[in-house]
Design a protein around this ligand. Structure first.
Ligand SMILES: *[C@@H]1O[C@H](CO)[C@@H](O)[C@H](O)[C@H]1NC(C)=O
Ligand SMILES: *[C@@H]1O[C@H](CO)[C@@H](O)[C@H](O)[C@H]1NC(C)=O
Ligand SMILES: *[C@@H]1O[C@H](CO)[C@@H](O)[C@H](O)[C@H]1NC(C)=O
Length: 399
């Protein structure tokens, strides 16, 4: 075929594809929340309007979309969008959703999606949790039975979903929580809260599998991403964390019959000024548990206090005094291509369990310097069974 006819053929294809996309789009029935009584004045409570729009969209046979146009919408109470829906459903947020101040009337969440398959939440909009008004009610640093403040956004039993271009601001507690979800892609998410805001984890995952977190920027007061029991096949790529506490697996071993954490890949990520970089933590004493098959690859640390951590003596309260070691097994952990600076002298610190030592930990091509006078960091480890370190600065000192 001649080159010119090939190009022509390409164009015909592109035009057909565009026509297809446009027609697919126009097949979607749009439910604009303004038509359901939402007023974008930042004062009128729009929760009822949002729920009514959702109700109609969710029961629509075929593709449907709830549209929240630009503007400032006050969503004055906990609001749950519950499926299953009749067809595929999109939730477009262009505007700013604003939570009430304080915590009265709240339980665990402000905005929640439950039992939805094929959900798409997107649009570049913002969820403002107004956390400044609530953080003072958090007493978790001194009270083990502390009350959970509401998360900004929660997904329970959501499957085959995409969460794209959503900004979570100043959540009262966790920003985005995934529970019992499967096959969810989170991309271009931005999360913002002050470094000193308590328990404001960026994305918290539990009892969920095949979750991708891609190209996102998370700066908050607690963990950037945290994985609790039952997290399986989690893939984190192109995420920038800071401020905050870094990417954390755990704390594990607190409850009986806990699910394992299996298959985590953290790749091409940057940590800026965080307390930790990549951390696995288990309680001591603890119930039995398993963490297995984790890979941390291609990671840049910029003045991170504790860049690489396994802490099997996690016990933030004075009440637990390490009476016995953790019984959570940590196995098959790979650290590859990690470089940058540590804000403390100890760049790598593995404190594994005496009763179940960490098994098969690999470090390869590590180059971490101390961000201080002599630039020399150290790497410590204890209780490892099967350990390989190649091309590693600082060299690992194992007890
Ligand atoms: C790594 O992640 C950063 C931040 O998201 C992104 O800009 C960059 O393109 C990624 N690198 C590759 C090779 O994909
Ligand atoms: C380890 O985890 C990766 C990523 O989640 C997964 O693709 C792989 O199959 C797992 N390997 C084993 C041996 O479980
Ligand atoms: C790591 O080992 C070095 C050298 O033995 C020591 O000075 C440092 O305190 C250790 N760090 C931790 C956190 O145990």
């Amino acid at each position: 075929m001649k080159k010119s006819s090939l190009i022509l053929l390409q164009w015909v294809c592109v035009i057909f594809l565009l026509a297809f996309v446009v027609s697919a789009k126009s097949n979607i029935k749009i439910f604009n929340v303004k038509k359901f009584g939402a007023v974008a004045n930042g004062k009128t409570d729009c929760s009822k309007a949002l729920l009514n729009a959702w109700q109609r969209a969710c029961t629509w046979k075929g593709g449907a979309m709830v549209r929240i146009p630009s503007g400032n919408y006050y969503v004055g109470r906990p609001t749950s969008f519950v499926g299953p829906c009749k067809g595929k459903i999109q939730f477009e947020i262009k505007g700013l959703l604003k939570a009430p101040t304080g915590i009265s009337g709240f339980s665990d969440t402000w905005i929640k999606f439950r039992y939805v398959n094929g959900l798409i939440v997107y649009g570049g909009g913002t969820l403002d949790g107004q956390g400044h008004s609530a953080w003072k009610y958090n007493d978790c640093h001194k009270n083990t039975n502390c009350r959970n403040l509401p998360a900004n956004l929660r997904f329970d039993f959501v499957t085959d979903a995409i969460i794209d271009r959503i900004h979570s601001l100043d959540s009262k507690s966790l920003h985005i929580n995934l529970f019992a979800c499967r096959n969810v892609n989170l991309k271009s998410i931005t999360i913002t809260a002050p470094a000193e805001s308590p328990n404001t984890d960026g994305i918290h995952i539990g009892d969920s599998s095949f979750i991708n977190i891609l190209h996102s920027k998370i700066g908050t007061g607690d963990d950037c991403i945290s994985l609790s029991p039952g997290s399986e096949n989690i893939y984190v790529y192109g995420v920038t964390c800071g401020p905050g506490h870094g990417i954390s697996v755990g704390s594990l071993g607190q409850r009986k019959n806990e699910e394992s954490v299996l298959g985590l890949v953290v790749k091409n990520c940057t940590f800026i000024g965080t307390d930790n970089g990549v951390r696995i933590k288990t309680w001591a004493p603890s119930e039995p548990g398993l963490v297995r098959n984790l890979t941390f690859d291609h990671i840049f640390m910029d003045r991170v206090l504790n860049p690489v951590v396994i802490d099997q003596q996690y016990c933030p309260y004075q009440s637990c005094a390490h009476k016995s070691p953790s019984r959570v097994r940590i196995q098959d952990v790979h650290y590859r291509n990690i470089w940058g600076t540590s804000a403390s002298k100890t760049a790598v610190n593995f404190v594994c369990s005496k009763s179940v030592p960490c098994k098969y930990v690999e470090l390869k091509n590590i180059n971490l310097l101390y961000h201080g006078k002599d630039g020399k960091a150290s790497a410590n480890c204890s209780n490892l069974d099967g350990f390989a370190a190649v091309q590693m600065i600082p060299p690992c000192y194992c007890r």
